[in-house]
Write a protein that binds this ligand. Structure first.
Ligand code: DUC
Ligand code: ZN
Ligand code: ZN
Length: 463
């Protein structure tokens, strides 16, 4: 069988460890040759002179069409994965949420009913275990070995809905370690947060500012330390999602002193935005998310953590809600659906604010946005790099083109932007997904159903 071929000429190829000008030859879904002045004729040629050529981005933390706080996140699998492609993210990992009292299998079927044949870009799932018991325990091996779902998310908060206690956490860690997976965590102290929410509500303090004040840094630092201690005790590979602050990162730093590895993810909003946004009366609801935005000193900690190799991934926790949905909490911050839109702009914002402003190198950019998520979550080297026989997931990027982020031009299904009016330098021009042109000059060329479910490998906890 003859596959379609494509040649990208003269681009500046950036991987997590390399930086050179060359041609990339693609046949079918795969990269088949890389070299200077490749003497190959292809069906199609793209001149990438003056452009950066990055591996497709991987966002390992998104919530699409998710039932949450009495509503659904507003991006479907179609709109969310399409918006991700517009921003250079070719693969996302979404979260299945087990319903307490039900099996993991039932949750997988529920999530498949919304995602199957609806994705434009590639996707995978983490399984959120919200009810660990003897029945759940028996399902773990099947998920790792048969379904290619190898990471298990836990919530130490959202009491009464998603939260598990430490007994369940230890039990889950022992089983996941035995079967070759990883436990990931939303690490904040659910009991403390519950107390503070009730206290603020009781005092009639109901604006979005009190969402922030109900989740102080200590709630995250304490839970992060408890999680790393339990991971150390059980020997289970652990990954902290959306880490936001100095206290929590110091818990990980301390764990490294006893030679423990804990993977840390932060999200683009915690690097760029701060809690001053909650002073804007109800407009602050745009950034009501958990954990909340923090202080400037925490942003400095996170950038330093990236450069120290402690923070391994920059994701989004994309969980968009339209303004009408945010208004559910107009009179009570605790009813504002938690989450904000970011899936589309992670790569461009991180480039513009991180690389252009000298905070991270180009190689580090690719490492945290593309390569590490693939390595940590069992998709490397199929995804996350530009190499022979890797999937041809490629972003051709103009590093000097300026543009302005706005809800009027973004592709996410949400009627506001958390970054309205931000001027960004660097723009995604062309995106390939498994050898097919997905995005060309702001236009999506793929239909829903092209996006494939990616089965992931067992996880060693070593990258
Ligand atoms: N935090 C959010 O802000 N939204 C979804 C879930 C979460 O933990
Ligand atoms: Zn979370
Ligand atoms: Zn999340």
């Amino acid at each position: 069988m003859r596959f379609m071929s494509l040649l990208i000429k003269n681009g500046r190829i950036i991987t997590a460890s390399e930086d050179y000008v060359a041609d990339v030859f693609i046949e079918g879904e795969k990269i088949k040759a890389i070299g200077i002045g490749l003497p190959i004729n292809a069906d199609e040629t793209i001149d990438a002179t003056g452009m950066f050529v990055f591996p497709g981005g991987i966002d390992p933390h998104v919530h699409l069409d998710m039932p949450f706080m009495g509503t659904f996140s507003s991006d479907t699998y179609e709109t969310g994965t399409r918006a991700a492609l517009h921003g250079g993210t070719t693969t996302v990992i979404d979260f299945i949420l087990q319903k307490q009292g039900n099996s993991l299998k039932a949750a997988l079927e529920d999530w498949r009913s919304r995602s199957n044949n609806n994705c434009v870009g590639d996707y995978s799932f983490h399984m959120a275990v919200t009810d660990f018991n003897e029945d759940t325990k028996k399902e773990i091996k099947h998920f790792i070995e048969q379904e290619g779902i190898t990471s298990f998310k836990t919530f130490m908060a959202y009491k009464g809905a998603l939260m598990i206690d430490d007994r369940q956490m230890i039990g889950l860690m022992e089983e996941v370690k035995k079967q070759g997976g990883m436990v990931t965590v939303h690490a904040t102290n659910g009991d403390m947060i519950d107390y503070l929410i009730a206290k603020h509500r009781g005092e009639g303090k109901l604006s979005p500012l009190y969402h922030y004040l109900s989740q102080p840094e200590v709630t995250e630092a304490e839970a992060s330390e408890r999680f790393v201690d339990m991971a150390n005790y059980t020997g289970c590979p652990g990954y902290i999602v959306h880490l936001t602050c100095e206290g929590a990162l110091n818990a990980v730093r301390n764990a490294t002193k006893r030679n423990q590895t804990v993977f840390v993810e932060t999200c683009i909003q915690y690097l760029l935005l701060d809690a001053g946004l909650y002073e804007k009366n109800f407009d602050g609801a745009k950034w009501v998310m958990s954990p909340p935005l923090r202080e400037k000193k925490d942003q400095q900690t996170l950038w330093a953590g990236i450069n120290q190799g402690l923070v391994k991934v920059v994701a989004t926790d994309h969980c968009p809600f339209n303004w009408q949905q945010k208004l559910m909490g107009e009179k009570d911050f605790s009813k504002i659906p938690n989450g904000h839109p970011a899936i589309e702009h992670r790569m461009e914002l991180l480039f513009s604010e991180g690389v252009n402003k000298g905070k991270i190198t180009l190689n580090k950019y690719v490492e945290v946005a593309c390569t590490n998520p693939a390595k940590i979550f069992g998709m490397f080297p199929k995804k996350g790099t530009i190499g022979i026989d890797s999937d041809a997931d490629i972003v051709i990027f103009n590093p000097s083109e300026k543009h302005t982020i706005s809800a009027s031009s973004h592709h996410m299904n949400v009627d506001y932007s958390g970054y309205e009016g931000w001027e960004v330098t660097g723009k995604v021009k062309t995106v390939l997904l498994r050898g097919k042109i997905a995005i060309d000059d702001n236009e999506c060329k793929l239909e829903k159903g092209y996006g494939q479910f990616i089965k992931r490998s067992k996880l060693s906890g070593i990258i």
